[in-house]
Design a protein around this ligand. Structure first.
Ligand code: ZN
Length: 305
């Protein structure tokens, strides 16, 4: 597989990092762990996604909102940091997210040509063409599918699936694709935390709600049953592989171990290979010390797939 990473994926506001429970340097930690593996292919997105490309996806109201610092800070869940100049937010937070989104777009092109990919960043599944929220500003998977169609590399009736295995329900993807019959949604998530949105439930094709504290054995059984419902015929499977499913994550409130998380990723990869569906893994959420260990562990196991 091609692994997408860029040093600028890492988000840091220096001493202000303590205001958000997000290990913004996890990408660099993973890179250090995996870069010397034999035969590994690590690619960098050439440049951040452009303003024009963002505006093709975002509706007029969202384009307007994204010019407002307070809206962005609320979407990033750090409204208390309103003392930060807009230029710092743009360069230290939004630019890394735009580079990570470019990784998803590039990976989608590779996957369409048959190469599986893992983008360490992206997977901003709470964003949609109408809103940014939940630390997600740009819906990179939505943008990627739009760009594939625009380039003509994907036809209008080509089918995609998003497998959302982040701890949180993918309300942004549901808003983006809920009425698009060519994009199916699979979601296994904690039903007792944000966003708790009935509309999202009604839009997801394979919907697997869990209770807070669900342990690895129960989770993996339910995941397996859900994966067995996924059929072949998709051009690409996008995976939102948030590592906030592990028990030390302060926001996901599930009970998986790091090894359970690695097993989760392995099960998804094995199922997609069996179904002959090229895939793009994306980072999703994951805010704890254990997050980098999960991603590095999965990549060490799966980078030759
Ligand atoms: Zn999450």
């Amino acid at each position: 597989m091609n692994i997408y990473y860029h040093p600028n994926y890492n988000i840091s506001l220096g001493f202000l990092d303590r205001f958000h429970p997000f290990d913004g340097s996890k990408f660099g930690k993973v890179y250090k762990e995996i870069k010397t593996l034999e035969g590994i292919t690590i690619k960098q997105p050439a440049h951040p996604i452009s303003e024009a490309l963002i505006n093709e996806f975002a509706d007029d109201q969202l384009q307007q909102k994204l010019t407002q610092k307070d809206y962005i800070l609320k979407a990033l869940e750090v409204p208390q940091m309103s003392f930060l100049p807009h230029s710092i937010i743009k360069s230290r937070i939004l630019k890394p997210m735009r580079i990570a989104a470019a990784g998803t777009v590039a990976a989608a092109h590779d996957a369409l040509n048959g190469t599986n990919c893992w983008n360490m960043g992206g997977g901003y599944h709470h964003a949609s063409p109408h809103e940014s929220e939940g630390f997600c500003i740009y819906n990179d998977i939505g943008i990627a599918i739009q760009q594939l169609r625009k380039a003509g590399t994907a036809k209008a009736d080509d089918r995609f699936i998003i497998l959302d295995i982040d701890a949180h329900h993918g309300n942004g993807n549901a808003r983006t694709f809920g009425d698009d019959s060519t994009v199916d949604l699979f979601d296994i998530y904690n039903n007792e935390v944000y966003p708790s949105d009935p509309t999202t439930k009604s839009k997801v094709n394979i919907n697997i709600p869990l209770q807070s504290g669900t342990k690895g054995d129960v989770y993996l059984k339910k995941l397996e049953a859900g994966l067995n419902q996924v059929k072949s015929g998709y051009k690409i499977a996008f995976v939102v592989a948030g590592t906030d499913v592990i028990d030390i994550d302060p926001l996901g409130a599930l009970g998986l171990s790091i090894q359970d998380c690695i097993t989760r990723d392995t099960m998804v990869v094995e199922r997609l290979i069996a179904l002959n569906i090229p895939f793009v893994f994306t980072g999703g959420g994951g805010y704890s010390e254990g997050s980098a260990k999960c991603i590095a562990g999965s990549l060490k196991q799966l980078y030759k797939c």
